[in-house]
Design a protein around this ligand. Structure first.
Ligand code: GUN
Length: 291
């Protein structure tokens, strides 16, 4: 059994991004991420803080917009419009969950697909579905990097995704399908779950249920990816019963130190990509003008 070390891999990626950002700065571009946080959701505050720290370390500019929890939808959309227009901002991230009275689908759709570094806009979801280049949701993107780094082949493999969220489960399934896995998506209404998971070569668990996946639910040699971040008194635990599952898995991600750091690294990568795209676009404009 090998433990997939997301922390070290994420540190390497961040190191490379730092160099890329320096190069971009020579070309006159400072990647800039705008983060919108509505209300005072505690976990969201922690996520946002971690994202800001990563930006600082890499040299990405970071602007935070903290909005009152009672803000009206029109005000939120108007802020997004302003950020879409600003040429010095390359990425826009709207932290979820948002207060119930706000329509998060409408808000994510309003973010320009070119600045949608979370990959939540329907245009980017559609591109992923069609296997076209776009922004891919950061957690699935980070998990795909892990497979690549550890030479875990996906072609023809039975991949089972537990959870069907728009942020993780659905895009994860598309990523695996795009790499020719045979994908099954399971959710709260799935019947005979263990029969399905026991047949999996690769299992991604994104349910938000502490220690949900146990040793008796998987086959020997399965690759187990744990997306869970469940807060307990003295830290966080995953959706996988790590101690028992590690005895028979071939690869397993720990919590903490697995998927979490990769999510942030992929967000940083998407911001750098968005900034680079503006450079490409301005080159094209120059060529057209020169003709
Ligand atoms: N809430 C939990 N994870 C995420 C994420 O990756 N992006 C955003 N915007 N909100 C989240």
């Amino acid at each position: 059994m090998e433990i997939i070390d997301g922390k070290t891999l994420a540190t390497d990626i961040r190191g490379n991004l730092k160099l890329e950002v320096q190069e971009l700065k020579y070309k006159g571009i400072i990647p800039n991420l705008a983060v919108i946080l509505v209300g005072e959701d505690k976990p969201s505050q922690i996520y946002v803080k971690n994202k800001s720290k990563a930006c600082l370390e890499i040299g990405i500019k970071y602007e935070e917009f903290l909005l009152d929890r009672n803000i009206k939808m029109e005000q939120l959309l108007s802020l997004i419009d302003t950020l879409n227009e600003r040429e010095d901002i390359h990425g826009i991230l709207l932290q979820s969950p948002m207060p119930k009275h706000l329509n998060s689908d409408e808000a994510f759709e309003r973010i320009s697909p070119k600045k949608d570094v979370d990959g939540f806009n329907p245009v980017n979801v559609g591109k992923l579905c069609l296997k076209q280049d776009g922004f891919v949701s950061c957690t699935p993107a980070g998990i795909m990097k892990m497979f690549e780094k550890y030479n875990i082949s996906l072609e023809g493999k039975n991949a089972v995704v537990l959870g069907r969220s728009n942020i993780v489960g659905k895009p994860m399934s598309l990523c695996l399908l795009n790499k020719d896995s045979t994908v099954t998506i399971c959710h709260s209404k799935t019947q005979n779950l263990s029969e399905i998971t026991k047949n999996a070569d690769i299992i991604v668990v994104a349910l938000g249920k502490p220690k949900f996946l146990t040793k008796d639910m998987i086959k020997e040699g399965a690759v187990v990816i744990d997306v869970g971040i469940n807060r307990i008194e003295n830290g966080i635990i995953g959706d996988v019963d790590f101690e028992s599952v590690k005895e028979i898995a071939s690869y397993i991600t720990p919590v903490p130190g697995g998927v979490g750091p990769m999510t942030i690294a992929m967000l940083m990568q998407n911001v750098v990509k968005a900034a680079k795209n503006t450079l490409e676009n301005s080159k094209q404009t120059c060529t057209i003008l020169a003709k």
